[in-house]
Design a protein around this ligand. Structure first.
Ligand SMILES: NC(=O)c1ccc[n+]([C@@H]2O[C@H](COP(=O)([O-])OP(=O)(O)OC[C@H]3O[C@@H](n4cnc5c(N)ncnc54)[C@H](O)[C@@H]3O)[C@@H](O)[C@H]2O)c1
Length: 314
């Protein structure tokens, strides 16, 4: 089978591309190498993919004419990771709007002109639920950030195509993913970097008690690839993917300190508007449809991430 993976130079997209290749499929990646975070990291991921014979085409999904050049367009699946991710005080509404909504609309228009109608696996987020993401997929979303709002719109664009019978596909809502290659703006990469370099860690005011379903990237990829062979069962479905275990930010900091064998200096900074207070993945549906069982402990996952960080940056 032939897969198009968008956002393949990024954190979760790169891991998924390598797993799909390992399963024996042909994989083509696309990425616009956005400068939202250090490009070196994306280049490093992309080098690692090249070694596995996964080409990454530089293409900005916001520009229709760039996507239409992806030939031959005989894809069986499109896995859509490309997005302006996370909640950032320095990102504009336009960043979220164009990379999350316009880019998804362009990708879907492209899917419709593909020679085979590819199955779309959309990658969404628990931020769609809002400040308390503990609900089942049936509950009404109440996003509190530009990120959550635009990712919800992107998801609905995909599902609308399915409802109209024009494409087949499903959407996964991911919960607080961490592990090797995690984005440098996220909790564990920042904590590990601060701990190893002995620099203060900036903690958003009030976030020490925030609760998260911190989910190891390998467990997320397991969930995504488990749709293969179950496409009809998942068609039109929204499915939460994450661990049911909850940890506070404080607990996360303690695990990193324990594994590094040192304490990390904390510097409190202003809170981020729209940040979630609690995420706890309700995965009854994923368990039922996909027999989904994330099983990496927080300590084991962070150990892997520390090993990756040391190898990549020290
Ligand atoms: N990391 C998490 O904890 C998490 C949680 C929930 C959902 N998600 C979702 O998973 C997906 C991947 O997130 P990530 O953490 O790997 O982020 P990432 O930034 O590492 O990966 C996204 C990639 O998409 C690319 N991209 C952005 N805009 C593009 C465009 N217009 N055209 C082409 N490529 C573009 C970026 O250059 C980047 O390499 C996103 O859709 C995000 O919303 C992530």
């Amino acid at each position: 089978m032939k897969f198009l993976i968008t956002g393949a130079a990024g954190f979760i997209g790169s891991h998924t591309a390598q797993r799909i290749k390992l399963l024996g499929h042909e994989v083509i990646g696309v990425d616009n190498f956005s400068t939202y975070y250090d490009l070196d990291l994306k280049k490093r991921n992309s080098e690692s993919l090249k070694k596995d014979s996964i080409p990454i085409i530089t293409c900005d999904l916001r520009h229709k004419e760039q996507i239409e050049q992806l030939l031959p367009n005989d894809f069986d699946y499109i896995i859509h990771f490309a997005a302006h991710p996370g909640i950032s005080n320095t990102s504009s509404f336009e960043d979220y709007f164009s990379n999350n909504i316009i880019a998804t609309k362009n990708l879907l228009d492209f899917a419709e002109i593909c020679t085979k109608k590819p199955y779309i696996i959309n990658i969404a987020t628990s931020s769609i639920y809002g400040s308390e993401a503990t609900l089942t997929e049936r509950e009404a979303p109440k996003p509190t950030s530009f990120y959550g709002v635009t990712k919800l719109a992107a998801e609905q664009l995909v599902l609308a195509k399915v409802r109209l019978g024009e494409l087949k596909g499903c959407s996964f809502r991911l919960y607080s993913v961490y592990g090797p290659r995690e984005r440098p703006d996220k909790l564990y990469t920042r904590l590990i970097a601060c701990g190893l370099k002995n620099i203060p860690f900036t903690l958003y005011e009030g976030s020490l008690v925030h609760l998260r379903s911190f989910t190891y990237v390998g467990d997320i990829v397991d969930g995504i690839v488990s749709v293969l062979g179950k496409e009809s069962l998942c068609n039109g479905e929204v499915i939460n993917l994450g661990t049911e275990e909850e940890h506070s930010t404080q607990e996360g900091i303690k695990v990193v300190e324990k594994l590094l064998g040192k304490s990390i200096q904390i510097k409190i900074v202003a809170k981020r508007k729209g940040d979630q207070l609690r995420t706890k993945a309700n995965i009854e549906k994923a368990q039922k449809l996909l027999n989904y069982k994330p099983n990496t402990s927080l300590e084991e996952g962070i150990k892997q991430q520390i090993m990756w960080y040391k190898e990549a940056f020290l």
